[in-house]
Design a binder for this molecule. Structure first.
Ligand code: TRP
Length: 332
């Protein structure tokens, strides 16, 4: 039997190239090799946005963009968390054996307390229990998580082991982090330092759905410097970043051409950025077209969500039935 992978996606904003070569590429690889469940974590949104603006619209955007990027509903089970309310029952059960003290020590909780001191709600405190319920609902073997989610996964492992211990049955598997290690392409941003991210400022990220004019504008504004002053000089970070981006979207000859120009000090950053912008536009064009096409096909999007929810509920209701039985809830 195939091993199971579960991962949740927060419905925040649009996908950028960094996401595309990171999380999305991972998911696409996983869907070929594992029994995969990918869902949009809309319940979790309420912990920070109790009255989320256009929740439905944002869920649709994420679904559309992941599908456009290559997630395949024939291979993976794609669903919206709130379409599978079984998770809430498991959340309740897990909460009964989750201790306030341990939840208070979770770094992401402490961060949120700092960020939203006027809304330290119980949902925020029990965010890791809901996440554990997402994972254990399908008895996952693996969870692909970034660094920022490692502690939440650790809690899921704790809760799984504790459940098994308390009820004296090895029911849940202890989920493991899925690590891609060095295979991941890190996409740099346009602001001269660090990786692409939407929180790093407006011009830093290129979104899959972004129109051509805006892509060109952002790339032309990317941070550079006064140019090389010595032959074969090492590239400073901002310049290296442009070359890294170019390696991702351009032909090797193109990269070589500008690399040579850098090394013999004849490079004109304006020309390089123009070329980079055109290559990004060409790379993202089919994705953008597919996003537009899918956004206009509500019937298909609905079908994907409905089919995904059905498949997820099959697995979820089996877990809930068994968990209820283990705890002692039985019919008379
Ligand atoms: N907490 C994750 C994040 O912020 C999203 C998430 C919710 C998740 N439930 C999950 C990830 C279950 C993996 C498995 O990105």
């Amino acid at each position: 039997m195939r091993e199971t992978v579960v991962s949740g996606i927060r419905p925040t904003g649009n996908l950028h190239l960094g996401n595309y070569f990171g999380a999305v590429k991972n998911f696409i690889r996983l869907q070929n090799e594992y029994n995969s469940y990918f869902f949009i974590a809309d319940y979790h949104s309420l912990t920070t946005h109790p009255k989320p603006e256009d929740l439905h619209g944002r869920v649709k955007t994420i679904l559309v963009e992941y599908l456009a990027a290559g997630l395949d509903p024939e291979k993976a089970t794609l669903y919206v968390q709130s379409d599978v309310p079984e998770v809430l029952e498991l959340y309740l059960f897990l909460n009964m054996n989750a201790y306030v003290g341990e939840l208070e020590r979770v770094t992401t909780f402490k961060e949120k307390v700092r960020k939203q001191p006027d809304n330290v709600n119980a949902g925020l405190l029990t965010y890791p229990t809901l996440m554990a319920a997402d994972i254990l609902l399908h008895n996952a073997d693996f969870v692909p998580v970034g660094k920022d989610q490692e502690q939440n996964l650790e809690k899921a492992r704790d809760f799984a082991g504790r459940f098994n211990f308390i009820y004296g049955k090895e029911y849940f598997k202890i989920p493991q982090a899925f690590n891609f290690g060095n295979e991941l392409v890190k996409v740099p941003g346009l602001d001269g330092s660090g990786k692409m991210g939407k929180s790093e400022g407006e011009g830093n990220a290129i979104f899959l759905a972004e129109d051509e004019k805006s892509i060109r504008k952002k790339v032309m504004r990317a941070v550079t410097d006064g140019g090389p002053t010595q032959l074969n000089q090492e590239k400073p970070e901002a310049i290296q970043n442009l070359f890294t981006l170019m390696k991702i979207v351009s032909k090797p000859e193109t990269v070589q051409f500008f690399d040579d120009a850098y090394n013999n000090m004849s490079i004109r950053y304006g020309d390089m950025k123009k070329q980079l912008a055109e290559d990004i536009v060409a790379f993202t064009a089919p994705l953008r077209e597919r996003i537009i096409e899918l956004s206009n096909d509500d019937e298909y999007i609905n079908k994907v969500a409905r089919t995904g929810a059905e498949k997820a509920r099959e697995s979820a209701s089996k877990t809930i039935r068994e968990v209820r039985d283990i705890i002692g809830f039985r019919h008379f």
